[in-house]
Design a protein around this ligand. Structure first.
Ligand code: ADP
Length: 328
């Protein structure tokens, strides 16, 4: 059976980008057709400035939201990365096959390093090696497919390269994974700056729709989305990024095609109104279920405990084999 692995970082509240770009497909498709593991990658949250209590809180919140969105522990494994030692164990071995040049070329590293320096901080070594830990997350499970948004495709490519290199040097150990992307909304953009992605780790801003935003907050954010001085609603990512983003969000929520949908609108206002309502409707059941889960935190903890146990049992043989192959 195809093995699927993917994750979310508890560096902030989950966003509409996480949902449309990744989670929705995990729920609707991946958990049904594959042996799927979904991980709250809390070790990755330590690569930038963070507050320990907040990381813990956000991890639990992310877990509840994954379940609220529809991941079913009877169908897939949901767990927290730091509860499974195999990730860190394997990461070190992969650091011994990766090169520093490879790490410095990663687009996300370059962007985040600039941001950290801009905030007056220094860049943690773990930010540079982050893609190696991500490769370990993926390779430890013999993963075939990694469903991700566009922003993570380069990291999955690195995991492929490291798997191939390790196998060539030390004998076949790892399945070589590949990234899979959603058809629409692979890159949901910030509503106030449609040339940069809607990322949860960015500062809380009016350009980011969070999964737990109240309906009126969602409406306000979408109605205030930056567009352009044009009047016609056309789908053009380069020339009209703001409008294109709204059309993609609407298409992702309603199941249409952005270019086709554009024909139905004669004003930006009407497009914004429909997009806002579509998002509110998509979020409504997730928020309702999240509220129910918050009333039963023991259930979420139990799911995570069981998930970690299953994940450990799956990863250990591969990681042990890698230790033997490399000469330990
Ligand atoms: P973030 O950038 O929000 O910290 P994560 O690294 O936790 O994102 O990513 C979780 C999943 O959500 C990944 O598969 C990622 O590709 C996807 N994702 C994150 N932001 C977006 C976005 N704006 N558009 C589409 N997919 C996204």
């Amino acid at each position: 059976m195809t093995r699927v692995f993917s994750g979310v970082k508890p560096t902030g509240h989950l966003t509409l980008g996480n949902y449309l770009g990744a989670m929705r497909r995990w729920v609707a498709v991946d958990q049904h057709r594959a042996d799927a593991l979904f991980c709250i990658v809390d070790l990755h949250a330590l690569t930038v400035e963070h507050d320990p209590a907040r990381v813990r809180r956000l991890s639990r919140q992310a877990a509840s939201l994954l379940l609220a969105a529809g991941l079913d522990p009877a169908l897939c494994t949901v767990f927290v990365q730091s509860q499974v030692d195999e990730h860190a164990r394997l990461s070190y071995l992969l650091e011994c096959v990766a090169t520093d040049g490879e790490m410095r070329r990663m687009i996300q590293y370059k962007e985040k390093a600039v941001r950290e320096r801009g905030r007056g901080g220094s860049v943690r070594l773990s930010l540079l090696t982050y893609p190696v830990l991500m490769a370990a997350d993926i390779l430890a499970y013999g993963t075939d497919e990694v469903p991700v948004g566009d922003d993570q495709v380069q990291h999955v490519e690195l995991a492929r390269d490291l798997a191939v290199r390790f196998n060539q040097r030390y004998g076949y150990t790892f399945v070589v994974p590949r990234a899979t992307r959603p058809a629409v909304a692979a890159r949901v953009m910030n509503l106030q700056d449609p040339t940069s992605k809607m990322g949860k780790s960015d500062d809380v801003g009016p350009g980011i729709v969070y999964l737990l935003d109240e309906p009126d907050v969602v409406r306000k954010k979408i109605m205030r989305a930056v567009t352009d001085s044009g009047r016609e609603v056309v789908y053009d990512r380069e020339a009209r990024p703001g409008v294109a983003n709204l059309l993609e969000i609407l298409a992702a929520c309603t199941g249409g095609e952005p270019a086709e949908l554009s024909g139905a609108y004669t004003s930006y206002g009407a497009l914004k109104e429909d997009t806002a309502e579509a998002v509110v409707e998509v979020l409504r059941p997730v928020q309702q279920r999240h509220k129910e889960l918050c009333a039963d935190p023991g259930h979420v903890e139990e799911v995570l405990r069981d998930g970690a146990r299953r994940a450990r049992a799956t990863a250990r043989p591969t990681v042990d084999a890698a230790y033997r192959a490399i000469g330990l």
